[in-house]
Write a protein that binds this ligand. Structure first.
Ligand code: HEM
Ligand SMILES: *[C@@H]1O[C@H](CO)[C@@H](O)[C@H](O)[C@H]1NC(C)=O
Ligand SMILES: *[C@@H]1O[C@H](CO)[C@@H](O)[C@H](O)[C@H]1NC(C)=O
Ligand SMILES: *[C@@H]1O[C@H](CO)[C@@H](O)[C@H](O)[C@H]1NC(C)=O
Length: 500
């Protein structure tokens, strides 16, 4: 009795509380020690594995692929202080993009992506939520739907005609810079399909053209110091002027697109019914202006550099392999007959062309990692735990050259390999995944592939291509390094000879 009254009233609850907390802590410790993280190379303080990835700079995707040969197809790397899981095999990619797609399909936050997508009003950088789903649907129906694709293809045909005319006018010894030619072609096409008029390309805001501003958004989207060193690097972003650059980039992008929207609104009332609607016209009645601008960012950033880079590499591989060029030209010329140009409908018969484009995308996907994903809830992949918030990189570079899938000389350009191995984009096979797969997979893959096929077919139908100096076989294929695009170190300069 005495003892009990001696004990203060808070004592029992407090002991109970301490006891329960220590059990809870113990369970937590036990749980976290039972968490099995994927293996990875040892890392340095602060910079993590950055030195191994960016150390030899000519190809970071190859550096990471080499690391995965030691540490396995699911590997933990630190970029700065941020953990990333890197996926480098068909099997593990199927786990991430199909089996566990639902838990792996959000995108990480970054300052640039948030700002330039108008607070995640877009379809590419937005986190996984209903708004993203709606925007992806709008993009699929209004930019990638049958009606828009028809007009896109008319525009493409017209632009190819312009290129061909300009090539034909030049004397046979003029060298052409195909990097510039392809980029300008695709910029014209996308500008016209999206905004209705390719003169917007030359329109300026604060002294810069739309395309210059778009190029800068792509650079800013590569990120800043604070993405990889969140604890203290915000001050570096301030000191290096990165924050100011982002502000300016956003203001210019917003400003020039506001001009475009104004034009479309003005025009809406005076438009006659036989004037075709463009993408902006179709969006303007159902989306806010921020949503339209955010989608336009996705369209420009998602379709121009990627498609142009694919064309450049396909053309490089074709020219470097005279056997392939010859076989391809034979196919194209026999499918087209004697017509002046390749028609859209001829492409379906060109099976070798399709193999050539696939082979080029296998060896040189324009981006070597899919867009970064982020894990939403705990899941187990390959026997390892992936915790919520972990960022996930899938290496399309590595998967395309994995000798477990690509048994016959995986690093050789050999389009014939697709006679034996059936590969489709869009969710059926994971042997190569230049466009990703699953909920966040690229919605534009069909359009991109047919754009590349149609352009290459026309150029090879009408011209034979040679290197400026030396033999075609000696064409330099060195990579520029850099991130995220896999580009040539030297521009692709070739001499077209008109074919009769
Ligand atoms: C050769 C050309 C192209 C390549 C190699 C390419 C590649 C990719 C890749 C790797 C992704 C990320 C997939 C993932 O995370 O699983 C992606 C996403 C995306 N791409 Fe493409 N792309 C190309 C063309 C296009 C085109 C023409 C469009 C047209 C609008 C487009 C729009 C998008 C969008 C909106 C996303 C984000 C999807 C989402 O997060 O839900 N891309 N693309
Ligand atoms: C990657 O490994 C291969 C052979 O395993 C080697 O030849 C190549 O130089 C390595 N590349 C890089 C960038 O480390
Ligand atoms: C043809 O030559 C002119 C001048 O030499 C050049 O400006 C133009 O870009 C060339 N055409 C192509 C398609 O390269
Ligand atoms: C846009 O650009 C960034 C960086 O330049 C790139 O990482 C991203 O994958 C691109 N794609 C889309 C669909 O916006």
């Amino acid at each position: 009795m005495e003892i009990i009254s001696f004990i203060p009233s808070w004592f029992l609850p407090a002991t109970l509380f301490l006891f329960l907390t220590s059990i809870f802590m113990y369970v937590l410790r036990w749980r976290s020690s039972s968490i099995k993280l994927p293996p990875g190379p040892p890392r340095l303080p602060v910079i993590g594995n950055l030195h191994q990835v960016f150390g030899s700079k000519d190809n970071i995707y190859q550096n990471v692929w080499n690391l995965s040969q030691t540490y396995g197809p699911i590997m933990l790397l630190h970029f700065g202080t941020q953990p990333f899981i890197v996926i480098s095999s068909t099997e593990m990619a199927t786990q991430v993009l199909k089996t566990h797609d639902q838990k792996m399909c959000t995108r990480p936050y970054s300052k640039a992506s948030k700002r330039l997508s108008f607070n995640y009003m877009d379809a590419a950088f937005a986190p996984y939520n209903d708004h993203w789903r709606d925007m992806r649907k709008v993009l699929a129906s209004e930019f990638l739907g049958a009606k828009r694709i028809r007009s896109y293809k008319n525009v493409l045909k017209h632009e190819i005609e312009c290129v061909v005319r300009s090539l034909s006018l030049n004397s046979s010894s003029t060298t052409v810079n195909l990097d510039e030619m392809f980029l300008s072609l695709i910029n014209n096409v996308v500008c016209k399909a999206a905004l209705g008029d390719h003169t917007y390309r030359e329109k300026t805001f604060n002294g810069r053209t739309l395309m210059e501003i778009v190029d800068e958004t792509a650079v800013m989207l590569q990120g800043s110091f604070s993405d990889n060193f969140p604890a203290f690097a915000w001050i570096l972003d301030e000191l290096t002027g990165w924050n100011r650059k982002l502000d300016k980039c956003f203001n210019d992008f917003d400003g020039i697109l506001q001009m475009v929207l104004h034009d479309h609104l003005d025009r809406k009332d005076t438009k006659t019914s036989d004037q075709e609607n463009d993408f902006v016209d179709d969006c303007i009645s159902r989306l806010t202006s921020d949503e339209i601008k955010a989608l336009l960012m996705n369209v420009f950033n998602g379709s121009t550099d990627t498609t142009a880079t694919t064309m450049i590499w396909a053309m490089s591989f074709i020219v470097k392999n005279p056997r392939v060029m010859q076989k391809l030209q034979n196919e194209i010329r026999s499918c087209v007959g004697g017509k002046p140009r390749v028609d859209e409908s001829d492409i379906n018969k060109m099976t070798y062309l399709k193999m050539v484009v696939k082979e080029s995308l296998r060896l040189h996907p324009p981006v070597g990692f899919l867009m970064t994903r982020e894990c939403i809830s705990h899941c187990e992949i390959g026997g390892y735990d992936i915790l919520p918030g972990t960022k996930v990189l899938v290496s399309s570079w590595g998967i395309g050259r994995d000798s477990r899938t690509w048994k016959e000389d995986p690093t050789e350009f050999l389009p014939e390999r697709f006679e034996n191995i059936q590969v489709d984009f869009g969710g059926k096979s994971f042997e190569m995944i230049p466009f990703g797969e699953g909920r966040r997979g690229c919605p534009g893959y069909n359009l991109a592939v047919s754009t590349v096929e149609f352009t290459i077919a026309n150029l090879l139908y009408l011209f034979n291509w040679e290197t400026q100096v030396g033999k075609n076989e000696d064409l330099d294929m060195k990579l520029a390094g850099g991130f995220p695009f896999i580009r040539r170190a030297t521009p692709l300069c070739l001499v077209p000879n008109k074919y009769n």
